[in-house]
Design a protein around this ligand. Sequence first.
Ligand code: G
Ligand code: G
Ligand code: MN
Ligand code: NA
Length: 254
Amino acid sequence: ALLEQELQQALERGEFELHYQPKVDIMSSRVVGMEALLRWRHPRLGMMAGASFLQQAADSGLLAPIGRWVIDAVCTQMQQWQRNKTMANLPIAVNIALPQVDADLPARLLDMLRQHGLPPRLLHLELTESMLMRDLDRAGAMLREMSEGGITIAIDDFGSGYSSLSVLKSLPIDILKIDQSFIRDLGKTAGDTAIVAAVVSMARALALRVVAEGVETREQLALLKSLGCDEYQGYYYSKPLPADFLERQMSQTS
Ligand code: G
Ligand code: G
Ligand code: MN
Ligand code: NA
């Protein structure tokens, strides 16, 4: 309950921040996007990752206002990066959880992008399979509205839930992100390699881009390259970092 009370105040006190984790194109080794991940600079406990407070935020009904803060902060960051030579035109992905979704979400997002003068394609949304499967009709309508507005749609943690091929085909999805659990033992267990190979070829067949998450070793990356995976993300390249840190790093390496 203490955490809940503190969460309430965190928004007003400006204690939230975003860290960004690069997405890298496997063929060219270039950074092709960023994923925004929420952090809470807690006055006593220090920097807290999303995993340590997002469930509590959801349970106490705070995810909707926090989610609005995230979208606003991401739009402001993208606007700044549009003026920065090395960061311009880099898409930013935002994670969306079920309690943040309502009928107005697509209009709100498109409005926000317009207000910030941003091309909608620069905003990627990461949604999980299980979230979409909860109410497929509603999810489908919402995705279509966002997709028609130009927003890019990614399925996060792909493979960890249940979605059928026919569902994937029927939704306006652009990107599949393979769940970290399949990458962890890639090359060590034959099963995981087969699953990743199958997801990559399915993505090909459906003309989706495929991203591997949680890549930590050179061996995993080499195998993903041989399997034809398009992009990767993970500690091997970079953990999530503050925006100014990434800006400096990108201006040195590009
Ligand atoms: O960064 P971390 O490992 O703590 O993230 C844990 C979980 O929190 C991940 O599933 C991630 O998608 C989710 N998450 C991180 N930032 C956000 C956010 O801004 N909004 C939502 N809804 N989820 C987020
Ligand atoms: O659910 P989602 O995929 O959005 O969550 C991403 C989470 O995974 C974030 O909390 C991020 O900090 C974490 N993460 C990113 N790269 C790696 C990695 O290489 N290894 C591990 N173990 N976690 C990672
Ligand atoms: Mn994600
Ligand atoms: Na994920």
